[in-house]
Design a protein around this ligand. Structure first.
Ligand SMILES: [Zn+2]
Length: 409
């Protein structure tokens, strides 16, 4: 991609509406644009990051045997009356009437919808278990949307639902998803803390939250000064007796053992081996996809910009061209890197070097290549690794070998 042709419009000044670092950097780097309070569009850079996040999630979900589907956002309110959640979730639901005067809503979550689908298709225990998931937009009528994508009215989630014939099956699927989440967050290079949590409006007995420490987080945990374990209650550590310190956390995932709450209310039954009808035993597993985008921007950034992890970055490399006469050489290097599977943003614009470096940091690709004076002298390029600020000078062949090693996994 040539910067001069791209739909990238970085801002010189900090946007006045920005409420936290991620919000500021995502707006400033033109990853997102604000539609109204709590509602955002994803611009091409933001969409590239989202695509990378969702492909990590898809790969891990699929390799754990989950099957992807896509459910509607627009739903009849009757479906929610069966579980009573048209009332308990009333405050956060966007509800309205359609032209036939029917009550409808934009779904804030999909337990009812998936249970309806499975009710219509469940049969023998022999086809069980199932884990079904989607990556989809949800809606919440937030009383106070804030912190950009972290508390918004429209957001992207990965939500999965498991269906089993017995408790043992649910326990197995729950553990499988727990481990799958650990893999996903490892791929995303997000240091997470998993703790047992309250189930809240979802019902069911057991649940775990996946959280990332951040000063703007809205959840609180207590971290031990001694053994660094996290706890829900304040006091002293039960493991080593050291003091516990309050840490703010951003919740990025939540998994629940739902049991039969929804299947009983919605009559989602299967036939057991004796031909008897039983309610399906359910679990549900959520990850905030757009919230992960913001969380990475929040915790993996400095004053210059976001430092995207390799698996997530919009491009692998920003190639800064400091002299018009080098454009042809830059395109040729880009093509060689492309053959190695790398995506490269070539900054070919007629602007100052200062502007180019500022934007390279704002966009946050993990590697910055600089083609300028040293290329004119001896055909070498400077490389800067954004993660650790290491800088060195390489010949073109060394550049190709360097990236072969960096992406050899
Ligand atoms: Zn401790």
């Amino acid at each position: 991609m040539l910067f001069s042709k791209s739909f990238i419009f970085t801002l010189r000044e900090d946007p006045r509406i920005a409420e936290c670092r991620s919000h500021k950097l995502l707006l400033k780097g033109s990853f997102i644009s604000m539609v109204s309070s709590g509602v955002y569009s994803y611009l091409p850079l933001g969409q590239r990051v989202l695509n990378n996040i969702t492909s990590i999630i898809r790969n891990r979900m699929d390799s754990n045997g989950a099957q992807e589907l896509l459910m509607s956002a627009l739903q009849p309110i009757e479906m929610w009356q069966k579980t009573g959640r048209d009332q308990t979730l009333d405050e956060v639901m966007f509800k309205f009437k359609d032209r036939k005067d029917k009550d409808v809503c934009l779904a804030p979550t999909h337990e009812e919808a998936i249970t309806e689908i499975v009710r219509a298709n469940a049969g023998s225990y022999k086809k069980l278990p199932w884990i079904l998931y989607q990556i989809q937009t949800k809606f919440r009528d937030e009383p106070r949307p804030r912190l950009g994508l972290l508390r918004s009215c429209e957001f992207i989630m990965k939500d999965a639902y498991s269906f089993d014939k017995d408790q043992q099956g649910l326990d197995d699927n729950y553990n499988k998803m727990f481990n799958c989440y650990k893999e996903i967050f490892k791929d995303l290079e997000l240091g997470i803390v998993a703790t047992e949590a309250d189930s809240g409006a979802m019902g069911g007995d057991i649940s775990h939250e996946f959280m990332v420490p951040s000063e703007i987080g809205e959840d609180i945990l207590f971290c031990c000064n001694g053994c660094l374990k996290y706890f829900k209650e304040k006091g002293t550590c039960v493991q080593c007796n050291a003091n516990l310190e309050e840490v703010k956390m951003i919740e990025v995932g939540h998994i629940f053992k739902l049991g039969t709450k929804y299947s009983v209310a919605q009559d989602a039954l299967f036939l057991d081996k004796n031909g008897k009808k039983n309610p399906l035993i359910m679990g549900c597993y959520g990850i905030g996809v757009s919230r992960i985008l913001a969380t990475i921007a929040e915790v993996s950034s400095d004053e210059k910009g976001i430092i995207w992890p390799k698996n997530v970055a919009p491009f692998d490399v920003t190639l800064v061209v400091l002299n018009d006469s080098l454009l042809e050489a830059a395109i040729s290097l880009r093509d060689k890197l492309k053959i190695q599977g790398l995506s490269v943003l070539v900054d070919d614009r007629a602007v100052t070097a200062g502007v180019k470096f500022k934007d390279a940091y704002l966009i946050g690709n993990p590697y910055i290549l600089i083609m300028g004076k040293t290329y004119l002298e001896n055909k070498s390029v400077d490389i800067e690794i954004r993660k650790n600020n290491n800088k060195f000078n390489l010949t073109e062949n060394e550049v190709l070998n360097f990236f072969k090693k960096e992406y050899d996994n």
